[in-house]
Design a protein around this ligand. Sequence first.
Ligand SMILES: [Cu+2]
Length: 210
Amino acid sequence: MISKALIPVIALGGLAYVMPVTASNAAEHFVAKLHPLNADKIGTSASGEARLDIADGTLTIAIDLEGVPPGLMHLQHFHGFPDGKDAACPAAGADGNGDGYIDLIETEPASGTTMVPFHAHPATLEIPNDTYPVADKAGAAHYKQTESVSGLENALKDKFKSPVLALEKRVIYVHGVASGTNLPASVQSLPGVPAQVTLPIACGKIEKVN
Ligand SMILES: [Cu+2]
């Protein structure tokens, strides 16, 4: 039988292993409050929060959404400028062609380009993918994924010559309305991708928190 007198000794021994915490493995935390885009046009107001945490070389991303068009998959990414310019969500004036919609192409001057996808394999940087989250019938969607920071940085270096995550300089976008949604032909998208898939429905600036 183990004497109770031994327990404090064991506890102290454990403490000695936990003590040498250095700055290099301190966790970093980021949050993006996601605000609706095009809500007056699509008839639903999408909002939510993204949390990004970096610890021990791993990025953990969690995104919770409500009010998104229900029952369909929503593309979500961080967008930004590979040259390090600070990205922002679009102002109301971003609707350059005046059709009442802020489409994906019209977000580029403020927000830059699509960089990292939030689906099952972010470090692939593959934008077309069928593993983005699917909203439930009530318009809620939840996403949680981990990815290697070095894997992401290597991929960013290869694709954009920009080997840094620089999360505070990025914005998060959520996209997509039902495929049957009637959009004017003036709503621009990526080549070969229906505007319904890429229409921005929420955006939030990533900010560092303690
Ligand atoms: Cu995007």
